[in-house]
Design a protein around this ligand. Sequence first.
Ligand code: BMA
Length: 331
Amino acid sequence: MNDLKIEGAPLPDMPWQDRPADSKAVLWRYSENPVIPRDIISTSNSVFNSAVVPFKGGYAGVFRCDDTCRRMRLHVGFSADGIHWHISETKLEFESEDEEIGKFVYGYDPRVCFIEDRYYVTWCNGYYGPTIGVAYTYDFETFHQLENAFLPFNRNGVMFPRKIKGNYAMLSRPSDNGHTPFGDIFFSESPDMCFWGKHRHVMAPSPFEESAWQSMKIGAGPIPIETSEGWLLIYHGVLLSCNGYVYSFGAAILDLDEPWKVKYRSRPYLISPQKEYECVGDVPNVTFPCAALHDPETRRIAIYYGCADTVTGLCFGYIDEIIEFTKKNAM
Ligand code: BMA
């Protein structure tokens, strides 16, 4: 894959560890996982499913911090190296011109996407049930909340890092008001970040016999990465086991101009809950990616993922190897 072209700003100093000598895995875990403990702030029960981006020579993020009342909250954090984080003790407050939209009920599973001149935050926003909240910030201090992208119920709103054919683009996963036992990924676009439409179906869960880890529901993870092979999408998939839901993640490659067309989708997972911090916690057996950092030149990727709905993990890989793996193992 020597001619593979990867878009994105250079990030040579991104968090990284080489693949362990005894590993042949496509993705390998950070040796000091969990990278963010559950009690990094005094009010948190757990810090997981969270989003980070490069910011001013370091990193910034929006973190899902469930508090000790077990309320789902978002908190802002900063880091010089992407490993050691300072997370605000107080919850993120959005500014909104509309009282109805700005009324905070709950927020979880944020994603952060830099487009043109600002950072957009999308998250699962409580508005008569879960839907996709949208806000933007320039500085991670003031956040301007926009209209919710969709009607409830919806989760896993993930923006593309540039306009596609002139419109903003987002993946999402229509759901129900509970622990949704179904779920397909859809594509939607918007001319103005207010009105979303032209909805297209992207992917359904797979037949159990084909790929059981993604047979009950699926949802987009980190912001897709643009490559000459297509958009690299890391997504989570859920298996319904006799002991409940099991969340793993894998990769797909979407057409660049028409991202609802799936070019390749891997049958095996990349990461499934196997380490103790992924198997034991408030919700056992969950690995849930929400963000990735990458460096186009070295092809390195670092993926942040929630572990057992309790802590945040980090794993590493090479983008060209993930693409090769996805093509070779495509359904
Ligand atoms: C999903 C979301 C995630 C969570 C996962 C496992 O429906 O609520 O935030 O990590 O369930 O509990």
